[in-house]
Design a binder for this molecule. Structure first.
Ligand code: HEM
Ligand SMILES: *[C@@H]1O[C@H](CO)[C@@H](O)[C@H](O)[C@H]1NC(C)=O
Ligand SMILES: *[C@@H]1O[C@H](CO)[C@@H](O)[C@H](O)[C@H]1NC(C)=O
Ligand SMILES: *[C@@H]1O[C@H](CO)[C@@H](O)[C@H](O)[C@H]1NC(C)=O
Length: 352
């Protein structure tokens, strides 16, 4: 008992110290959107710029924004689809559209990428078509995907409180092939514990604030039973209900990741975690480390701070580097490398 309370006191003291150290540090290493343009911890990858298409395709962002707007009107789920595609494209080796390639050895066929939304993949390709008709085949699928995700996020949120825009390095080329199996395996699995989640993000230069803010993407979207079936917590009524829903025959329904406001981009993800109704094992893990849990509490208490931090962390993800960003090509079909885009035109549909 004495040991326990000493540990608890130590944890509290540590928490205060860490909070004092972590938050000012987090704030000062996460500069405002304006100072980011002049440096900061993020390097603009060689050959890229924030206004790459200013002269060659000045209407690019308008075309993307309008296409995303229309897509959301008919299916709000496309926002979740784009967000997850963005994470899974950028994390392994930097955003390079490698996730979009179809075929036998594609990233899409790897277990980490099961369940990526076809409607969002199709939206990216359909925006590419529009953009290439207007400006010629000069804008990469990687850039279009990143821009579409940004505009989807910016149109989310609640009236009067939208997620702010963020800087995207543009001019990236599309990859000539998939990322390696090893790189794709670096995408964190929902079975990881909190220390492993921190490590996975740290391996890409992302810190605890990025981890907790970006996990807030789970305020929208859905998971299949395979993603949470081996959660522990058999005595937990909520986990029982989660698992029970998976017994529906013949097909269990997909589970909303945010059980309170499933289709609204807000900070209920964090309120759910406080209420122990996070869906994934990895979601609930964020509450088990006192320091990390303080971030959960901050985001739960302040939606505006969640939105601005989320947007900055999204920009951090977009800056990740792997192989040089200007190596590759501008694909004429996002699903196929050039030269193959005219063969077997519908194989990607059949394989979806
Ligand atoms: C922290 C580590 C993360 C883990 C372990 C994780 C894991 C998962 C899992 C298992 C699913 C459900 C997949 C399925 O069953 O089909 C999922 C869905 C989703 N994830 Fe994550 N994720 C993480 C971080 C992120 C990040 C950083 C983002 C974006 C910024 C993100 C965005 C999403 C979205 C939007 C969905 C729903 C997709 C849809 O409904 O189409 N996740 N995630
Ligand atoms: C279980 O299914 C019901 C009915 O579709 C749904 O409302 C609920 O959110 C699901 N999950 C949990 C944990 O209750
Ligand atoms: C917290 O979770 C319980 C049980 O899952 C649920 O009945 C309750 O409505 C939740 N409260 C909030 C504020 O979300
Ligand atoms: C909690 O997380 C912090 C920040 O990543 C880390 O420094 C600390 O060691 C973790 N605490 C425990 C008990 O694992």
């Amino acid at each position: 008992m004495a040991g326990l309370s000493r540990a608890a006191m130590l944890a509290t003291a540590m928490g205060l110290i860490v909070a004092a150290l972590l938050f000012p540090a987090a704030m000062s290493t996460r500069p405002s959107l304006i100072s980011m343009t002049t440096g900061g911890i993020r390097q603009l990858p060689d050959g890229l710029s924030y206004d790459f298409y200013k002269d060659t395709c000045p209407t690019l962002e308008i075309m993307v924004r309008e296409a995303v707007e229309r897509a959301i009107e008919s299916d709000v789920g496309v926002v979740a689809g784009l967000l997850r595609i963005f994470f899974h494209d950028c994390f392994p080796q930097g955003c390079d559209g490698s996730i979009l390639l179809t075929g036998a050895n594609s990233e899409l066929k790897m277990p980490q990428n099961v369940g990526l939304r076809q409607s969002a993949l199709d939206l990216i390709e359909s925006i590419r078509e529009t953009v290439h008709q207007e400006c010629g085949a000069i804008v990469s699928c990687a850039d279009i995907s990143n821009l579409a995700t940004k505009h989807a996020v910016m149109q989310s949120g609640v009236p009067g409180n939208l997620v702010p825009g963020y800087l995207l390095p543009l001019g990236r080329k599309d990859s000539l092939g998939p990322a390696t199996t090893q790189q794709v395996r670096a995408i964190p699995s929902p079975d990881l514990d909190v220390n492993q989640l921190v490590e996975a993000f740290a391996s890409r230069g992302l810190n605890e604030v990025d981890l907790v803010a970006l996990s807030g993407a789970h305020t929208i979207g859905k998971a299949s039973c395979g993603s949470f079936m081996n959660r522990d917590g058999e005595n937990d009524e909520f986990v029982q209900r989660l698992k029970n829903n998976c017994t529906y025959f013949p097909v269990a329904p997909l589970q909303d990741l945010d059980v309170t406001t499933p289709n609204t981009f807000d900070n209920y993800y964090y309120k759910n975690l406080q209420n122990r109704t996070g869906v994934l094992h990895s979601d609930m893990q964020l509450t088990l480390n006192a320091t990390i849990n303080q971030l959960v509490d901050f985001f739960a208490a302040d939606q505006g701070w969640f939105f601005s931090t989320f947007s900055t962390s999204m920009s951090n993800l977009a800056h990740l580097e792997g192989k040089p960003a200007i190596i590759g090509e501008v694909r004429r079909n996002c699903f196929k490398v050039n030269g193959l885009e005219l063969t077997a035109p519908n194989t990607f549909v059949a394989s979806a």
